[in-house]
Design a protein around this ligand. Structure first.
Ligand SMILES: NC(=O)C1=CN([C@@H]2O[C@H](COP(=O)(O)OP(=O)(O)OC[C@H]3O[C@@H](n4cnc5c(N)ncnc54)[C@H](O)[C@@H]3O)[C@@H](O)[C@H]2O)C=CC1
Ligand SMILES: O=C(O)C(=O)COP(=O)(O)O
Length: 547
């Protein structure tokens, strides 16, 4: 059973698939202070939060078995994603599930700001019939600058266009072509400042966007501009905004998000030209059901099938790419495991990965992570996973390099993994053959053709007659059945290797006896942890007496 802790107000309807799932126990603690949360977090496999719970590095220290943090929403700035990554915890979110809610809230805020609706409501509800103080402005034929043309920015711009607004959009990923297709103008930040009557923010809060709208920027804006921020507090410098409003340069602002939440700054809260809501962008029945449904489905998927869709700390890829890479994933892990054993289980200092053939057209980051995880797992065992593999590598001071080669090495696809520790180097090359599955094609400089099995006996020897027979008969004496056998050599009579797949493991006594064979220089049992053996774990310590 997996235990899931739900903090913050998350829709019950949206969580039903998890609540009713026989493998999950869902518990709610909507208002627990961090100190209390720290005491119980160690009992849970997954945590579901909105923006209110601060998932700090300190909290994660106590999260011994936590595998997934799910953000039932978009922004993950309340989660220390780096700390989660270091601990190998997957962070997922629900991108897109609250786009419409945030879009509609932005438009509601823009219209409220233009027509002073909150101020008018307050006065009217207080019994005053004041028809003179609330003359507004129209959106029609005005210019709207949209900073951040992602999902929400784009939807806001489309709706604003239907009001007859002229749209200027700024986003590093916005192309001229896409802007033109949607009827917007791709603009610089300066052009937005110079031309816009309204400016709306739709970027995440990053080092790049923090304080993006500051005193400097505000000075460049058109007199009378109005700001809307339903993205993240901190993108607009609140103090600078208040100064510009008080100076009469900025006509007003509508804010749903704040540098510090809950907001307490009276300069913001009591300014008659600033309207505020308490981070309500995603707060619709529909969006809350959808975000909870999406993260519930993802949590089930991760624990039941190991497949990850919307991880913030994993490479994103389409279902199609994921399906294409699937056959290589197990093999990549096996290559990593084998290569580190060939390096005599010493820690590497340098790793090189080469991709050839069809693979060079794919996003191979998942394969790279799997190869690296395979290498690290020999020493780090379960503490390494696809999430923290790159981080752990950096922490261990291991450099890695990925090369995509236009040549195809004679196979439709081919991967080569080379690790070195400064003194020795080990190399594994492998492919997935259409219809036949994974094949190891190269060990160090030798060409072979071996299907990865749980137990592989790797032997280095001189290429002399009778070697195969001697090895075969010794293993026979110990009752060890050979599945397949391959020999690789670079020259006749020189150094050669033999790779045998065995149906079961063997004791070190067998290795010692193999080493006594004249001309046999090295014998090593290589073991793969992610393949089932025919007779799992059975060791044959004694010779079988022949009759
Ligand atoms: N108020 C609320 O309750 C809600 C707030 N949000 C916030 O809205 C923001 C946008 O959400 P989505 O549109 O779903 O995300 P998105 O990822 O689809 O869009 C974000 C866009 O910002 C752009 N961007 C990043 N840095 C930029 C920069 N320096 N200048 C210009 N553009 C930049 C990105 O290229 C991307 O296109 C997020 O911060 C999210 O947390 C989202 C939902 C509800
Ligand atoms: O999804 C987001 O990024 C939001 O800001 C929504 O926050 P919330 O889930 O309403 O606390």
């Amino acid at each position: 059973m997996y235990k899931v802790l739900v903090t913050d107000g998350i829709s019950h309807t949206g969580l039903v698939s998890l609540i009713e799932h026989p493998h999950f126990i869902v518990e709610r603690q909507p208002t627990l202070p961090v100190a209390e949360l720290k005491k119980i977090i160690g009992d849970y496999d997954a945590l579901i939060v909105r923006s209110q719970t601060k998932v700090t590095a300190e909290l994660l220290e106590a999260a011994g078995r936590l595998r997934v943090i799910a953000r039932a929403g978009v922004g993950v700035d309340n989660i220390d994603v780096n700390a989660a990554t270091r601990k190998g915890i997957i962070v997922i979110n629900a991108p897109g599930a609250n786009t419409i809610a945030a879009t509609e809230h932005t438009l509601a805020m823009m219209l409220s700001l233009a027509r002073k609706i909150p101020q008018a409501h307050q006065k009217t509800a207080a019994g005053e019939w004041d028809r003179n103080s609330f003359k507004g402005v129209e959106l029609y034929k005005k210019t709207l600058g949209v900073i951040g043309m992602g999902k929400i920015g784009t939807e806001v711009a489309k709706r604003a266009k239907s009001f007859g607004m002229n749209i200027l959009g700024f986003d590093p990923y916005l192309t001229e072509e896409r802007a033109k297709k949607l009827g917007f103008t791709k603009a610089s930040l300066d052009l937005i400042a110079a031309e816009s009557d309204f400016i709306t923010i739709h970027t995440p809060l990053t080092n790049d966007t923090r304080g993006l709208v500051n005193d400097d920027y505000l000075r460049k804006t058109k007199k009378g501009v109005r700001f809307v921020n339903c993205a993240r507090g901190g993108v607009i410098d609140e103090k600078a905004l208040v100064r510009a409003i008080k100076a009469g340069h900025v006509a007003g602002a509508a804010l749903d998000v704040f540098e510090k939440e809950p907001v307490a700054d009276v300069e913001l809260l009591q300014n008659p030209n600033i309207i505020v809501t308490p981070h309500l962008g995603a707060s619709t029945v529909e969006a809350q059901e959808k975000v909870a449904q999406e993260v519930s489905a993802e949590i089930i998927e991760i624990f039941e099938t190991q497949s990850i869709q919307n991880a913030v700390n994993m490479p994103q890829m389409s279902g199609e790419t994921q399906a294409k890479l699937q056959p290589y994933l197990l093999l990549s892990d096996q290559m990593g495991q084998l290569v580190i054993q060939l390096l005599n289980k010493q820690a590497p200092t340098k790793i090189e990965i080469n991709y050839y053939g069809d693979l060079i057209d794919e996003d191979t980051e998942l394969l790279t992570r799997t190869l690296l995880k395979g290498v690290l797992s020999y020493h780090l065992s379960d503490s390494v996973n696809l999430i923290n593999a790159l981080h752990l590598l950096k922490e261990q001071g291991v450099s890695y390099n990925v090369v995509k080669n236009a040549t195809n090495k004679g196979f439709a696809n081919y991967m080569e993994l080379c690790v070195s520790n400064g003194l020795e180097t080990a190399r594994i090359g492998a492919t997935v053959l259409n219809g036949y599955g994974a094949r190891i094609l190269k060990i160090n400089q030798y060409r072979i053709d071996v299907k990865p099995e749980k137990y592989l006996l790797y032997i280095k020897h001189r290429d002399v007659p009778g070697m195969i027979g001697k090895v075969g008969s010794l293993l026979g004496d110990y009752g060890i059945n050979i599945g397949t056998m391959q020999v690789g050599r670079t020259e006749v009579g020189g150094e050669a290797i033999m790779v045998l797949t065995l149906d079961k493991t063997m004791g070190s006594n067998v290795i010692r006896e193999l080493m006594l064979i004249d001309g046999l220089d090295e014998a090593q049992l290589l073991e793969l942890t992610n393949v089932d053996s025919f007779e799992p774990g059975r060791v044959e310590p004694e010779k079988v007496e022949s009759v």
